[in-house]
Design a protein around this ligand. Sequence first.
Ligand SMILES: [Mg+2]
Length: 433
Amino acid sequence: MRERNIVHLDLDTFFVSVERLRDSSLVGKPVVIGGLSDRGVVASCSYEARQYGVHSAMPMKLARNLCDDAIIIRGDSEMYTKYSRLVTDIIAGEAPLYEKASIDEHYIDISGMDRFFGCMQWTHELRQKIIRHTGLPISYGLSVNKTVSKIATGEAKPNGELEVVRSRVIPFLSPLSIRKIPMIGDKTYHLLRSMGIQTVRTLQEMPVEMMEKVLGKNGNEVWRRANGIDAAPVRPYSERKSISTERTFEKDSINVVHMQELLVSMVERLAYDLRKKQKLTACITVKIRYSNFDTHTLQKHIPYTSFDHVLIAAAKELFDRLYKRRILIRLIGVKLSHLVGGVQQLDLFEDTPEMIRLYLALDKLRNRYGKKSIRRAVGISNREKMKEEEDESRPDRTLPEEIEQRASWQAGGSTFKRLWKINRPDYLTGNAS
Ligand SMILES: [Mg+2]
């Protein structure tokens, strides 16, 4: 196989760095970004705060206890989205093939470039250009595949560069903690640690069969990564790549209420798919087609999100701006584009932890009982409501206690009832989806 040269670029403490551009007095101080209340969660923190043991995803209350002097900032997802795009634009202007892996991470495939120009020099100049144009610190790793490059970036931080050539891959990985392997999460880490495994070297020396025995089907992949083997390609990023859905009415319609309800349920479905794929979107498009086949679309750039309530508000606004003619409509469509990898991190400071838990609880139920098991009450059409009312008179209508209890425990009963309507799970109605 042809030798590859893969760059992994990662902005250092991205949210904090953006805040420091706005307010230079934050430089050198422990800065924590996240929800301001005690129930909030840390979304990002500076290296100075990390020295006190603060880390992301930690409850804000604990972060405050660990670091008295911490400057706590609510964060501004719109501004972070703007800087994320700025960095992507610079990379797009220079790189032959790049992937936007998350809001602050990119992979670039520069295989073959070394014949013309040193890979390291090219990447160094790209990094300098990003720093010059944005003022943001950024680090990179350059190696033979995505896994090793990403680990190299981690070792280069903060504000550094590191190349790991083919012959150095094994010795580079060996002494590192198994934690550094991107695939090893909390659970796997603790399992391996309980077996006395601490460094990557031990994994490298273990027979792959043994890893499979310990970690099941992931064992093989973890073993390969520990040995610096990763064939995953850099997937070209395109803002146009999207997920979408559209619905044609059986009979052309002017029923605005019905159309809005339909729009809500379409957005909900897409947002769920987005979260399932662990992606965020920064652009929503709504399309309507009139009965005479005239088609109109409007799009809106939004801060990266995968939340229904943010997307629904944007979709409704676009629909209201689009549907001015009050004539028969034949079709409605919704599209989410500018997709990047990531779980909802940007909204941590905009929404209460209850809101995030609510989404987690709802998605869990969807995963288990099917996409249609839970929907916003407004997204259920009148016809379905009528059908459901009929159902309600049946004696077996009662929801399984487990669902109700888990949902209200995880989400807070009143919020849940106000926002969502729980349909009877498919296994009770017999319509498996
Ligand atoms: Mg980063």
